[in-house]
Write a protein that binds this ligand. Sequence first.
Ligand SMILES: Nc1ncnc2c1ncn2[C@@H]1O[C@H](COP(=O)(O)OP(=O)(O)OP(=O)(O)O)[C@@H](O)[C@H]1O
Length: 259
Amino acid sequence: MNNHNRILLKNVSKIFPAPSGTVTALKDISAEIKENEFFSIVGPSGCGKTTLLRILAGLSEASSGNITITAANNDRPVNSMVFQEQSIFPWMTVLDNVGYGLRMRGIPKKERDQIAKRYIEMIGLIRFINSYPNQLSGGMKQRVSVARAFANDPEILLMDEPFGALDEQNRIILQEELLRIWETTQKTTVFITHSLDEAICLSDRILIMTANPGTVKEIITVDLPRPRDIIAIRTTTEYNQIFQTVWSMLREEVLKRNE
Ligand SMILES: Nc1ncnc2c1ncn2[C@@H]1O[C@H](COP(=O)(O)OP(=O)(O)OP(=O)(O)O)[C@@H](O)[C@H]1O
């Protein structure tokens, strides 16, 4: 991991109007996300994770506070987002879906097809390069979304529960593929998940949020060596210690949320 800050959040708050007045979804969120870091956010349901990611993506504005995203190269998009639901275009082939962001940036066809093909190979879908989404399974479609986000080569990658809708087997395969692509590209990534296991297996650090309002409870460093074999690291003492630490913090918040 590089020591430069790529994303700086300073006292970010978000207040939504609600029928009974207002809801404070986020309160004074401050964090520094480093260049090349894999940074996950976990927290009880409704604590504001998606709201925070939407603010980072520029899809929503903070009510107060500052967000700074340092762009190293002005020709690249600032961010690409991968959502939980499959968000690929049904009328485009896998190749055209993965190259979509590059096309929007005016990259010539030959070059964008070359780049797209590289990522399609990485996600193991080269046999399906000319297939349409209705010929693919849910897991395959989500792999196309992941490949598209990386092919776009954004400054930062934002992922909102990208594997949440998948069955466990596909989830493990996609986690392994994501780890491999991330370890090759070292793209600064902010990743939301409900799964502690997923957060630990993938991340350099994990931000644990409180609920009502969403604040930073703790930021934990995941000191597990890379490259990681996500099946093997689950059997280590280090993994179990981190799991217990994160869970004991999160448990308090989930219980509070259920009160
Ligand atoms: N557009 C909106 N208008 C009003 N309230 C909103 C809006 N979007 C989110 N909220 C509220 O803000 C809070 C945080 O919501 P958000 O979806 O960010 O949480 P989350 O942590 O992503 O939830 P989950 O884990 O269930 O996906 C919730 O109380 C939610 O009801």
